[in-house]
Write a protein that binds this ligand. Structure first.
Ligand code: RIB
Ligand code: CA
Length: 291
């Protein structure tokens, strides 16, 4: 009997770090997943939506709805002129008119028995959806790239919008957190980048182009943060999770955006990744990306 596919919505800041594109490539090449929509978040949303739609065109999946989302965090700093730089500008690519990302997330949760959110950017859209319609919380399974435990160094997706992260973490939704302490262990080598580029199909050509642009602009090889997070939806044997109580620091002179692992009872209950089988993950990721 065919297993029922879980409905997946991917919330992404694609176009900055190239790992979002690699995560999307992994999801699009994985028949186990049913992607019901992609929402963009954090700065230059229209530009990110065009990058997303271009990718869907190349993968032959223009049927997947793409929504623009929150430009700025709930509170605090953002650079409205900053254009992310691991992708060309593909110009305006038309899509069907859709509500803003937070409303689309609510609609998807209402329409389906359960909704899995692959959150691979700052948590503003997801936080807004939860704040607007808390009745969707019991339906949500959130698998997120973000934070890190036992290290006093804030991670990008949390530090960009700690208030939204706090709403999400404290919502009581089912959350799996794949943090920087684990994702940092998973990196492509030059040979692996070249292997993908050498395959020579339109999908690998696009990923190759985006990876080269990322390497030129950022000065290092791709780190596989976001694909590792989404791999938790595909393979149960790669990541080990532990139950944790996590506090999100929203104040602090030096500590804003930290995810603090507190075992004294306070904090949101989440399952946090604590280890990964790096070589097996990269092997399976490569197999999927070259399809
Ligand atoms: O800290 C890593 C995260 O920040 C990843 O999601 C990456 O894509 C960037 O957004
Ligand atoms: Ca990301």
């Amino acid at each position: 009997m065919e297993q029922k596919k879980s409905k997946l919505l991917i919330d992404t800041d694609i176009g900055g770090d190239v790992d979002d594109a690699l995560a999307l490539g992994l999801a699009l090449n994985s028949p186990e997943l049913e992607i019901v929509g992609i929402t963009n978040v954090y700065l230059a949303n229209q530009w990110r939506a065009n990058v997303t739609r271009n990718m869907l065109r190349v993968y032959g999946r223009e049927d997947i709805p793409v929504c623009t989302g929150a430009e700025k965090p709930l509170i605090g700093w953002w650079d409205e002129n900053r254009i992310p730089n691991s992708s060309r500008d593909f110009g305006e690519i038309a899509g069907s008119p859709l509500p803003p990302a937070c409303d689309f997330i609510v609609q998807m949760a209402e329409q389906h028995e359960e909704l899995t959110i692959g959150a691979i950017g700052p948590l503003t859209n997801v936080g807004l959806a939860i704040a607007k319609a808390p009745y969707i919380i019991p339906k949500l399974h959130i698998v997120m790239m973000g934070g890190q435990i036992n290290r006093a160094h804030p991670e990008w997706n949390i530090v960009c919008d700690p208030e939204a992260a706090r709403i999400v973490f404290e919502s009581g939704a089912d959350i799996r957190m794949i943090g920087l302490d684990v994702t940092n262990q998973c990196r492509f080598t030059r040979e692996e980048v070249d292997y993908i580029k050498g395959i020579g199909n339109p999908r690998t050509d696009l990923l190759g182009e985006m990876m080269e642009m990322f390497i030129a602009n950022f000065g290092y090889l791709p780190i596989l943060h976001d694909p590792l997070a989404l791999s938790a939806l595909l393979w149960k044997d790669l990541l080990t999770f532990a139950e944790k109580k996590i506090l999100i620091e929203t104040g602090g002179q030096y500590t804003r955006g930290l995810t603090i692992d507190c075992d004294w009872g306070e904090g949101a209950s989440v399952r946090a990744a604590v280890s990964v089988n790096v070589e097996e993950f990269k092997k399976r990721l490569l197999e999927r990306l070259v399809l």
